[in-house]
Design a protein around this ligand. Structure first.
Ligand code: ADP
Ligand code: ZN
Length: 435
């Protein structure tokens, strides 16, 4: 079985990677300057021209692009090629506001699918596998990306798309799906639904899952691995840079290798924009090194992570990023305290609850209210109100230790919180809704 999809590139030496990145960057800056007036203007405002970019270090002279630029330039303002050369449009999920669209030439689609193919092979995939793609198909990049990658690897591809959980389980069992691709929250739900149908983890043929598109904790990983009887791998990407496959996890399951032949990664201080040294926590900035149709330079992802070049036992040499644990704009400020939904998830899963929860924030009499609804499994249910109240108090105590403030916990019966088929809705912030 192949261990790598593209061994030479995935295990290239540091020098080879730097050489490849420098050459591509110089060409890409020229391509953007010549073809994207929106970005050329930003460069001119900074007094930079393509001749100034002679090596990777010079990248810091280039201006950043952010999501607002994409919204301002919507729909065609950042297009790098003739629309006639484009063969595809995809769009973001719109998690944090108006959707943005991205364009692809055939070459862009091929390179994107290759990135996803690398992720599938890293998760143990080959032409022997049945790859069950339960990411949404359509404008969302999850379905299209993993579908294309599975084809490239030669897997028998099941284009299930999201939803219709009973049919998902039926096909999974009948067709003997071996690799599952979907959001982690949907994977957790599938595990739960299979348990309800009395299908034990050993009874399915699944061996691995490739889950991404939303933040998920280590505790959530262990919980999914147990409920489905698989090894669960993380995958990262965003529509603006093609979709999933910017980075993927290998057998070490300790961070995701960024496909450095296609993306140059930097970490910056989100407040000042200053580039931070390796090992610092900050906002990930990505430069697409060879995209034709939607060639973003220094795109601010708003995802907070850490990069590491520590040697990886899998043999891949590309830099690793930690799981992005929430976006810089995902952070909630409740009564002046910074709270990340991932912290709440960590506490709940550690205490043996299912990853079914919703955070509700509101403002009453000038004070923030902070409520967390948590489902109990059938085993956790109790007829005695005092039992439930005690459990709620216990969770509140652990939350206070983790967050510095304590939410009001409401334990609710199983199935009270709507299940997501794509990205989970963890936060309802009524302060924003009421504005
Ligand atoms: P939207 O920004 O509207 O959700 P996308 O569907 O393009 O649009 O989603 C990309 C975003 O999803 C990323 O910027 C990141 O915040 C999140 N994301 C993707 N993969 C992961 C992952 N493995 N872990 C955490 N967050 C992820
Ligand atoms: Zn590795």
């Amino acid at each position: 079985m192949k261990k790598y999809y593209q061994k030479e590139i995935e295990t290239a030496s540091r020098e080879e990677i730097i050489k490849m990145q420098s050459e591509k960057l110089i060409k890409q800056v020229r391509h953007v300057y010549d073809n994207v007036p929106y970005y050329r203007k930003l460069m001119e405002e900074r007094g930079v021209c393509p001749e100034d970019i002679r090596s990777l270090e010079d990248i810091s002279r280039l201006p950043f692009l952010c999501k607002d630029d994409l919204r301002e330039a919507y729909p065609y303002g950042l297009l790098g090629t003739d629309l006639k050369k484009c063969v595809r449009i995809q769009s973001t999920s719109g998690t944090t506001g108006k959707r943005v669209v991205a364009f692809y030439t055939q070459k862009d689609v091929d390179l994107w699918e290759e990135c996803c193919a690398r992720a599938i092979v890293a998760a143990g995939g080959s032409d022997e596998d049945v790859c069950h793609v339960a990411y949404g198909y359509g404008l969302f990049t999850g379905g299209a990306g993993l579908h294309g990658g599975a084809h490239k690897v030669g897997c028998l591809t099941l284009p299930m798309s999201s939803g219709n959980t009973d049919r998902q389980i039926q096909f999974m069992m009948d067709m003997g799906s071996t690799i599952l691709c979907c959001t982690p929250s949907y994977a957790a739900y599938l595990g739960e639904a299979m348990a309800e149908q009395n299908i034990r983890p050993e009874e399915n043929k699944l061996k691995a899952g490739i889950f991404g598109a939303e933040p998920w904790t280590e505790e959530m990983r262990r919980s999914i691995e147990k409920s489905l009887g698989i090894k669960a791998y993380d995958i990262y990407g965003l529509t603006e840079t093609s979709g999933p496959g910017v980075a993927f996890e290998c057998e070490e399951q300790s961070g995701m290798h960024i496909n450095e032949d296609h993306f140059y990664a930097e970490i910056i201080d989100p407040e000042t924009g200053e580039v931070l040294p390796e090992g610092s926590k900050g906002e990930l900035v990505l430069t697409s090194l060879d995209k034709e149709a939607f060639p973003l330079l220094r795109y601010r992802t708003r995802d907070i992570c850490i990069l590491s070049r520590k040697k990886c036992s899998c043999g891949r040499t590309h830099v690793k990023m930690t799981k992005p644990m929430g976006r810089s704009d995902d952070m909630l400020i409740i009564r002046g305290v910074n709270v990340f939904p991932s912290q709440i998830e960590t506490v709940l899963l550690k205490m043996g609850y299912l990853p079914n929860y919703q955070i509700e924030i509101d403002r009453k009499n000038n004070t923030d209210t902070f409520d967390v609804y948590v489902e109990m499994s059938s085993a956790q249910m109790s007829d005695k109100i005092s039992d439930i109240q005690k459990k709620e108090k216990d969770i509140e105590t652990s939350m206070r230790a983790m967050l510095g403030i304590s939410p009001k916990i409401h334990l609710v019966p199983i199935k009270s919180i709507a299940r997501s088929e794509g990205k989970a809705v963890r936060v309802v912030d009524r302060r924003k809704l009421n504005e």
